[in-house]
Write a protein that binds this ligand. Sequence first.
Ligand code: PMV
Length: 328
Amino acid sequence: MPKTITTQAHSNIALIKYWGKRNEHLFLPTKSSLSVTLKGLTTTTTINFSDDKQDHIILNNTPAQGSALIKAQQFLNRFRSHYKTTSTFTITSTNNFPTAAGLASSASGFAALTLGLLEFCGENYSLEEASRLARQGSGSASRSLHGGFVLWNKGEQKDGKDSFAEQLFPANHWKEFRILVVILQDKEKETSSRDGMVASIETSPSYKKWIQESEKRIPLMQQAIKDKDMSIVGELAEQDCLGMHKTMHDSTPPLNYWTEDTVTLMETVHNLRRTGTPCYFTIDAGPNVKILTTEHYEPLITKELKRLPIIKKTLSCTAGDGASVVTP
Ligand code: PMV
């Protein structure tokens, strides 16, 4: 068994969202979701055995605390009970992008951790199994095991065996595809996506309708990605995102991840589109905005974004690869 192992995984952005669990304990979603794994937004995780029979988790150079610590600890306990091991670990994990600001750091984090633990402990596993396990750290992490365009099938079984992600198209299927990740704020969000989902399911009058409509968008999105049709991909992604945020806004009490600057960015995207630039937005559980477009229009959009002083940083991403082992 190696003494140390380092893995990397990239964050992913859902074009058709996951928002809500039908089983909280097993992280089984109420609907399928479809995402793109992003090159550039990377978590790097190193695993060693712990020498004092306790787990040690260091996130971005600081000992993990609060909910991040609880989630990681629960995940490690799940791993130990599933693979029948009593090992304890020292885990060092670093993101090269803001943590918990709606940039899916938990997706890349749990995907890198899952792959690292399976490799470190010398388990024989399939990607399907890795995806199922990563799902139990953070739902969206099930998708980050894979590169390119990825479908997480909600599955039907009670034990979650058929709820895992699979690759639809590799990253090089659509080289011109771009996501511009516009960072407006890099603070941690106040309401976790876990709590937000519960609020939508339990109190939002629009939740059921969104689930039905969103599920219908999956085959349409799959075809549009196959055809590399940005206008259909963008329209579907924007509708899906707005439907998801509606289920937050009409919850009791209302939940809002947007700021005034988020709305300004949404208007900027719409104005650009009105004047002939194909670009679309999607937003997750945080204020930051991701703009979908193609390589050709990127310079024009970037020029327009430079005019907005509210923007802290813009990261241009193509579709990226799945999780991988960095050191043997
Ligand atoms: O995997 P979680 O618990 O971080 O939830 C992700 C939820 C969204 O990012 C809002 C949507 C998605 O499908 O990634």
